[in-house]
Design a protein around this ligand. Structure first.
Ligand code: ADQ
Length: 749
């Protein structure tokens, strides 16, 4: 409404201006016409009476002339008349002739001073202002046979001209006023009608009322865009907490509830046959599984993984499928069967003896064998084929996990060009020089660029990846978008720091902090006033377990007050034990632990307790809760979820985290005591500081870290990737449609 009023006001002001200009022009033109008309009349009047005028001009008695003048003034426009002689004296005049007009004054104009000849006499007109109003005066010479007898003065009333002008002005004003009103009314009505009908049309179209097929794709895009804007607004309003429900809603809103397909080497539920013949379910010690499993529970879909358990075949159907989690059955595991040679070459060989040490700065030399590479390629193809078996649309969302599947994104894209492939690399990415030692560096990069989105934990790893592309491939790097563009296709390269589900479901099964402390102390045979440190890892050289034990040894050397009081318990899940380097690690850790216990043990007291086994999550969390500190000493780690698990376990806001600066987690959990695990003095000092830290400081640090992990949880991690994927999908759909449209138009023309 306000807009309409503003429009009408502008229109009226505009028209008023135009009217004023028109009025001025019309007034000047009509005035010129009237003057011309009056002059003509005066000329006619004099020339019509000329003969009579000449005959009476010379008479002594001026009665005849007077009569003639009276007759001339019978014309209603001629107010008065006078006759002036050649010597510019008044000969005769009518009664109304104004005294202000004299023969002498006008004669100066009629008889030019410079030329006194009779032929030079000429008519003259002017306007004169008198007390009764303006008059028009015409002076016209009376010539008889080339002899100037004098001149006639005719005075015209201009009142009628002014009356006419006023009438014209009024008429024009009325006409333009009416025009302004009519134009405004018509414009406003037309605008309202067309807006309403346009918005009604749009509304009808958006509701799906249009039957015209050519509008349908466009409509779908508009509808998606509107929904996304609304969803983003809602998302902003919802703020902070990312939950499984919110992740599910995000999937529904942004990706129309698409089924998510995960490709990962490790499966979340491994069926193992025990020695007593029973089948048990094992939850693997894997950071990847810890993070991705809650996502699958929230989103459902299919998890394609290597069926590695001894009872996996008999628990799955003939396609290798099994519904999990047991009792809930919310998603599917599709097991891929690998021969021992395939597992050896692809998993132990290329992935774990080649890529794993290549990507971690932990001083273990990578080993690249062409046979392993062959298996790696074949297994990647096998998993890509399994993806194609499991999807139920042409544009599925596929989450490819980790360094086991660097080739899979391109292989999937070759068969499903419209798929949205998100690849997440859970371990660090080395600098380009280091990466360059891999004999198949280009093939790996090409494979990864099949993904639509490539995620790493940190920006630093993204930068290293982009540098590797820059150095080894022909591709354009779009630094503004953080993308790599190759053959017209782009891959976004983004940091998505991984995290945990919040709250952690296992904690429901774990007793209170006090109960955990009591039961763990009992199991370890520790006195009430003992101090306990904990480490939880797969036995991997990147985790710095050996350096950790050395730091404990240094602590006891430097701070004797902790001897017989401090115990460090290491939960160590054997891992990749078929690889030599892992066997060496096991042995060396055993030796270091034995040496420390020998040096500082006393009676029942052993400073280092090695619990070398895979522990189910509730046990792991019991230890986190029982401990005074947790030491994460990785030599290099993408993120490290143990650090976050310790924080999540401590609902009592106690306990101190000592964390290696070489973990991705150290960039987020800045309230931990951050150390260089190679620097044993620094690390042992940090352990001492942790054991002496006041309860208040523990609370403060732990509260801040808990609030961070709760907010930046794994649902947010997945949500951000899926939202980015959804944006890409709608962009690709729009550009794809545009390209189709252009092709169709070009084809038709
Ligand atoms: P991982 O190298 O497996 O993960 P991490 O993130 O520390 O490392 O996760 C280990 C997981 O295994 C944790 O959930 C932990 O509880 C569990 N675990 C460890 N020891 C165990 C034991 N003895 N018994 C039972 N469970 C045990 C990779 C990268 C990491 C990255 C994750 C996720 O190397 O840097 O954080 O992926 O992206």
């Amino acid at each position: 409404m306000r807009r309409a009023i503003r429009f009408v006001l502008a229109l009226v002001v505009g028209l008023a201006l135009v009217t004023w200009v028109v009025l001025v022009v019309v007034q000047q033109t009509t005035r010129a016409w009237f003057e011309k008309d009056v002059n003509l009349r005066a000329q006619l009047a004099v020339s019509g009476a000329r003969r009579a005028l000449i005959s009476h001009w010379q008479e002594e008695q001026r009665a005849g002339l007077q009569e003639l003048l009276d007759e001339i003034t019978h014309d209603e426009r001629i107010m008065a008349a006078a006759a002036c002689g050649a010597d510019l004296t008044l000969l005769s005049r009518t009664r109304e002739f104004p005294e202000q007009i004299s023969c002498l004054e006008l004669g100066m104009h009629v008889r030019p001073e410079t030329d006194t000849s009779d032929a030079a006499w000429t008519s003259w007109t002017s306007e004169k202002s008198l007390p009764g109003g303006n008059v028009h005066v015409s002076a016209i010479p009376v010539i008889d046979r080339n002899q100037a007898l004098g001149f006639m003065i005719l005075v015209h009333d201009l009142g009628f001209v002014e009356r006419r002008e006023a009438k014209t002005r009024l008429f024009l004003l009325l006409a333009f006023g009416f025009l302004a009103l009519a134009a405004s009314a018509v414009t406003v009505v037309a605008a309202r009608v067309s807006w309403r009908s346009w918005s009604n049309d749009l509304r009808r179209l958006l509701r799906g009322g249009s039957q015209r097929p050519e509008f349908q794709p466009l409509l779908r895009d508009v509808r998606e865009l509107v929904e996304r804007i609304v969803a983003e607004k809602d998302g902003d309003r919802e703020g902070g907490a990312w939950t499984p429900q919110r992740l599910k809603q995000t999937l529904n809103r942004y990706l129309r509830g698409e089924k998510v397909v995960v490709v990962a080497n490790r499966e979340p539920y491994i069926h193992e046959r025990s020695k007593n013949g029973e089948i048990r379910i094992v939850h693997p010690a894997s950071g990847l599984v810890t993070a991705i499993e809650p996502i699958m529970r929230a989103c459902s879909g299919v998890w394609i993984a290597h069926g590695s358990g001894s009872a996996d075949r008999e628990t799955a159907d003939r396609h290798g499928r099994i519904r999990v989690p047991p009792g809930e059955e919310s998603y599917l595991i599709r097991r891929v069967w690998l021969s021992p040679e395939e597992e050896k070459g692809y998993y132990f060989g290329f992935a774990n003896e080649g890529l794993w040490p290549l990507c971690h700065v932990a001083h273990t030399r990578p080993i690249f064998r062409s046979d392993d590479w062959k298996h790696y390629r074949a297994v990647n193809q096998k998993f890509a084929d399994a993806v194609c078996d499991e999807v139920d649309s042409k544009d599925p969302i596929v989450l490819v996990q980790d360094y086991h599947f660097a080739l899979a994104p391109r292989l999937i894209r070759e068969r499903l060009p419209r798929a949205t492939v998100i690849m997440f690399w859970h371990i660090p990415w080395p600098n380009s020089e280091r990466y360059g030692i891999c004999p198949w560096r280009n093939e790996l990069l090409e494979g990864m660029l099949g993904a639509s989105i490539l995620g790493f934990h940190t920006q630093y790893h993204c930068n290293n990846f982009v540098e590797s592309i820059d150095r080894y491939l022909e591709a354009r790097i779009d630094r503004e978008q953080n993308a790599v563009v190759q053959r017209g296709r782009s891959t976004l390269v983004r940091p998505y720091p991984i995290s945990l589900e919040w709250p952690i479901r296992w904690l429901k099964k774990v007793p209170s902090v006090d109960e955990c402390r009591t039961s763990v102390f009992r199991e370890l045979n520790l006195p009430q006033d003992a101090l306990l440190g904990v480490g939880v890892d797969r036995l991997d050289y990147t985790k710095g377990v050996e350096e950790r034990l050395l730091a404990v040894e240094r602590l006891l050397e430097r701070f004797p007050s902790f001897r017989k009081r401090f115990t460090f318990v290491q939960l160590a899940a054997p891992s990749r034990t078929v690889i030599d380097r892992y066997r060496q690690l096991n042995e060396s850790i055993e030796q270091v632990a034995a040496r420390i216990n020998e040096r500082f043990g006393h009676g029942e007291y052993r400073p280092v307790v090695m619990l070398r086994a895979h522990h189910e999550p509730p046990t792991v969390f019991r230890y986190y809760r029982a401990a005074d500190l947790c030491y994460v000493s990785s030599l290099h780690d993408g993120m490290n979820l143990v650090a976050k698990e310790f924080v999540a376990a401590r609902e009592d806001e106690r306990g101190v985290l000592v964390l290696s600066q070489f973990t991705g987690a150290a960039r987020e959990l800045t309230e931990a005591l951050i150390v260089n695990p190679y620097d044993l003095d620094e690390a042992s000092s940090a352990l001492a500081t942790a054991l002496r830290m006041s309860t208040e400081e523990q609370h403060e640090r732990m509260r801040s870290m808990r609030s961070f992990v709760s907010e930046f949880n794994v649902y947010r991690w997945a949500g951000r990737m899926l939202v980015d994927a959804a944006r890409l999908r709608s962009r690709d759909r729009l550009t794809g449609r545009l390209a189709d449209h252009i092709t169709a138009v070009v084809g038709a023309s």
